[in-house]
Design a protein around this ligand. Structure first.
Ligand SMILES: Nc1nc2c(ncn2[C@@H]2O[C@H](COP(=O)(O)OP(=O)(O)OP(=O)(O)O)[C@@H](O)[C@H]2O)c(=O)[nH]1
Ligand SMILES: [Mg+2]
Length: 199
């Protein structure tokens, strides 16, 4: 009886877990986004923006979305730290690539870094969401211009689910739409990248 009950309990409380990698150049707003996601879904205050410094290690945030656990891995974007990203590719179920829409000088760099990510074998078939962040700033490039950066990558992106969305991680604009898009794609891609389980 005990075994049966504990088995049932385990079944009820076990959740599918999906890992979402949050990457992009330094200063793009990845950690700000993670804090906003935690704030919206976990109803916790989140770190104030002025307390967020450049990421050197890994920040992890977990939320429950439609009964599944989404585990966000926010990595540092500085050039030297980008070498660490590929250690996480094989284990991630989705990728959020954050772009600083205010930094038009680094748009070519954004393209080159993203090109590397999408042409790496371990990210094959993984849904990828590109977020044009800082859309609240008056000098931000508009979504249309940012999309042009991704057009040359269309062939690589074609074989997977991908989307470009404009957001403001600081204000929260577009953040839950981004999580919804990613969550839906993680479920749809389940056969290709099965979720882990966690209690
Ligand atoms: N205006 C505006 N500023 C933002 C937004 N998101 C982030 N920032 C600012 O951009 C700067 C960098 O934000 P972070 O979240 O630390 O950037 P990051 O991508 O995590 O940077 P690394 O950890 O170095 O890779 C901070 O000054 C943020 O306040 C946004 O949506 N709008
Ligand atoms: Mg960071």
């Amino acid at each position: 009886m005990y075994t049966l009950l504990s088995g049932l309990y385990k079944q009820w409380t076990t959740k599918e877990r999906y890992n979402v990698l949050v990457i992009g150049l330094d200063n793009a707003g990845k950690t700000t986004l993670l804090e906003k996601i935690k704030q919206i879904y976990n109803h916790v205050p989140g770190l104030p923006p002025e307390k967020i410094g450049p990421t050197v290690g890994l920040n992890i945030g977990r939320i429950v979305w439609q009964g599944a656990q989404l585990c966000f891995w926010d990595l540092g974007g500085q050039t030297a730290l980008q070498q660490l990203w590929d250690k996480y590719y094989a284990e991630c179920h989705g990728i959020i690539f954050v772009v600083d829409s205010c930094d038009s000088d680094r748009i070519k760099e954004v393209h080159d870094v993203l090109a590397q990510v999408v042409t790496t074998h371990d990210t094959e078939g993984v849904p990828i969401l590109m977020l044009a962040n800082k859309q609240d700033a008056p000098r931000a490039l508009r979504l249309h211009d940012i999309k042009e950066v991704f057009n040359p990558l269309a062939v690589e992106l074609d074989a997977r689910d991908s989307k470009v969305l404009g957001i403001s991680a600081l204000c929260g604009e577009g953040v839950s739409e981004s999580v919804d898009w990613m969550g839906t794609r993680l479920f749809l891609n389940k056969r290709h990248r099965p979720p882990a389980t966690s209690q």
